[in-house]
Design a protein around this ligand. Structure first.
Ligand code: TRP
Length: 341
């Protein structure tokens, strides 16, 4: 089936993944998944749950399992139609780990040492600076190169890993010929970058606790409202809703969120809240988010109860993904000199 699809579909291929190391947030949705859902007709899309990456930091196994399935349910609830997108679980495709090993042998100690994410995570997990944390970028390079995608949308924080993937692929191709297609760098501008509600200087993170000002896709309405009511606004004397990212980052972040869920422009929002203070603005944003997330949350909860359906989706995804991945891996194995099975 995949062969027919590939031959008749001239669409460019796109691939991305999210680690199930924390529950998906409003930031993951507005910054990534929502935009992915809009691309299904234009591109041949592959999205996966990066569970192999999640264990570079110590995890509770039951949480990894739950989050992986929940992430799949949420992808679908956010509009990723499994008929149009290939949705799969990374660990189901053994070729990721295999290609990662080969690429480890073409990744340099020095370049891996320079990764800022490795430095940050080592500082935060001093008692568990494991080799997986260090070679994380080789696995990520394998995730990408196995599928020969044209585009890999990632957040700003993954830019360095994508650049390293380019270097590894170029190095490999330099020795063995054109084995890997090297995707274009692509940091989408359209995807809103959502910051923490209590610390608008840093990205809304899925890995940390609720005191860090994050809103989860699955948070019940009262929790979402509480988070928005506690959101930090700016301590400027102006006390008005105006978009000024530099001087009013808290308000700008709330405006970005409100704009993304309502489709309103910043100007419309400024007019709507003219003469009104932050005390009025914050709960209105909270309510708009609650209403926007309601169908996603309800659909995710419904899908989570339908394990047979989720299983059929990830199995079909794995079948399609492994077909593509195996083709690349076989080529790589041959190039480096392994005897064919
Ligand atoms: N490292 C990415 C993150 O933390 C997740 C990821 C793993 C990924 N493999 C990938 C993203 C391949 C894009 C392509 O967000």
């Amino acid at each position: 089936m995949s062969e027919i699809l590939q031959e008749t579909a001239p669409r460019k291929r796109m691939l991305s993944g999210i680690k199930p190391s924390g529950d998906l947030t409003l930031g993951s949705y507005l910054g990534a998944v929502k935009n992915w859902a809009e691309r299904a007709d234009q591109f041949d899309c592959y999205y996966f749950m990066a569970d192999l990456h999640a264990i570079t930091v110590r995890q509770n196994p039951a949480d990894v399992r739950r989050r992986t399935l929940e992430q799949l349910a949420q992808y679908i609830a956010c509009g990723l139609d499994p008929e149009k997108n290939t949705l799969f679980i990374q660990s189901h495709i053994h070729q990721h780990a295999e290609l990662a090993w080969v690429l480890n042998c073409y990744s340099m100690f020095g370049e891996l040492s320079r990764m800022t994410q490795f430095k940050d995570k080592s500082a935060k997990n001093e008692d568990n600076i494991n080799a997986g944390l260090f070679t994380y970028p080789s696995l990520m390079a394998a995730d990408i190169l196995l599928y020969q995608p044209d585009l890999v949308p990632v957040g700003e924080d993954q830019k360095q890993h994508v650049e390293l993937m380019h270097d590894i692929a170029r190095r490999f191709n330099g020795i063995y010929g054109d084995v890997f297609k090297i995707p274009e760098p692509f940091i989408p501008k359209v995807g809103a970058r959502i910051m923490s509600l209590t610390n608008p200087g840093s990205k809304m993170s899925k890995s940390e606790n609720e005191d860090t000002g994050r809103v989860l896709l699955m948070d019940p309405p009262e929790v979402v409202m509480k988070q928005f009511k506690r959101a930090i606004t700016d301590s400027d004397s102006e006390y008005c809703v105006r978009y000024d990212k530099e001087n009013k980052p808290g308000v700008a972040n709330l405006m970005t969120i409100y704009a993304a869920v309502t489709g309103k422009t910043y100007e419309e929002i400024e007019n709507e809240f003219q003469g009104k203070g932050y005390g009025v603005f914050k709960p209105v944003v909270g309510e708009a988010v609650v209403e926007h997330l309601r169908p996603i949350r309800e659909e995710s909860l419904r899908l989570m109860k339908d394990k047979a359906y989720l299983e059929s989706v990830y199995r079909a995804g794995a079948e399609k993904a492994s077909y593509v991945a195996e083709k690349t891996l076989r080529k790589v194995y041959k190039k480096v000199g392994f005897v064919a099975k």
